[in-house]
Design a protein around this ligand. Structure first.
Ligand code: SF4
Length: 271
């Protein structure tokens, strides 16, 4: 094998690795930018699963930018069709080592057309047991924020996490675990297309917004993910340990309510 052949083999290997990674994230078709000449006039797309025969009973996921569905200019490289199709793609996931200790995959729950999505870091013990996000003590606090503070029903928002399996001992998910799982929450957001996202704590804030800035500095300041306003705030489990921070979280939530056009309780509206 000469040097050119070795380089070609190296390129093919890299492309294959990338396509397999995209396939693991649920991507089935990758659009080729118009500036890249197709290898064939009849082949404008690259199948992300070249070694897999077509599945005839599964809808093809088209790489249509989100802006094609609306007029708000949002774009995304991933556009699955439904939350159910994402859950189906997730399957009994073993893409990272967190699968070894889980009882249940905690996919997320709520309104598929919610205007507001909360993103936490990962399931805890109760969530792992029940297969539902935010159902322990911290979950009750989040429910209180939604129902008593925002005066909305929990079922009317959508709640999910950056990783869908419980990290052992409730530790933070590690970078390789986040890398394996984050594509799914991004797809969930792409389907729901909320008006606002609230990230709860460091892990979702840093990973969704691609920053190393800590939550203490980030909270209360609007950010943007894929054209969607993002409000970082403290995780409810932190509030259980530091109840003095509840006031700061309420300030952040009031900003969210204003952005959503929700009325703020009169005694609070001037603050
Ligand atoms: S955390 Fe995510 S990527 Fe890892 S096994 Fe669970 S579902 Fe799969």
């Amino acid at each position: 094998m000469d040097e050119i052949q070795r380089e070609l083999l190296d390129i093919v290997t890299q492309v294959r690795t990338h396509l397999e990674y995209q396939r693991a994230l649920g991507v089935r078709v990758i659009a080729v930018p118009s500036s890249v000449a197709p290898l064939s006039h009849s082949a404008p797309k690259i199948d992300a699963s070249p070694s897999t025969p077509p599945v005839t009973n599964q809808k093809v996921i088209k790489a249509v930018p989100l802006s094609a569905r609306g007029d708000d200019g949002r774009t995304s490289s991933v556009h699955p069709e439904t939350l159910a199709s994402i859950r189906e793609e997730l399957g009994e996931c073993v893409r990272c080592k967190l699968h070894k200790g889980r009882k249940t995959i905690v996919f997320g729950e709520g309104d598929a057309e919610a205007k507001l999505v909360f993103v936490g870091e990962g399931p805890g013990f109760e969530e792992d047991q029940q297969g539902r996000p935010f159902v322990g003590a911290a979950g009750q606090l989040l429910t209180d924020i939604i129902e008593k503070g925002m005066r909305n029903k929990r079922a009317e928002v959508y709640i999910c996490n950056i990783v869908k399996c419980r990290p052992p001992g409730n530790r933070n998910p590690e970078p390789d675990e986040v890398a394996a799982c984050i594509g799914f929450v991004k797809q969930q957001i792409a389907v729901i297309r909320p008006q606002v996202i609230v990230t709860l704590g460091n892990v979702p804030t840093q990973n969704l917004l691609n920053t190393k800035e800590g939550i203490t500095r980030m909270r209360g300041k609007w950010q943007v993910y894929e054209g969607i306003p993002v409000m970082p705030t403290f995780h409810p489990s932190y509030l259980l340990r530091s109840p003095g921070e509840k006031g700061n979280v309420w300030e952040d939530i009031k900003l969210v309510m204003k952005k959503l056009g929700l009325s703020i309780p009169s005694k609070e509206s001037d603050s």
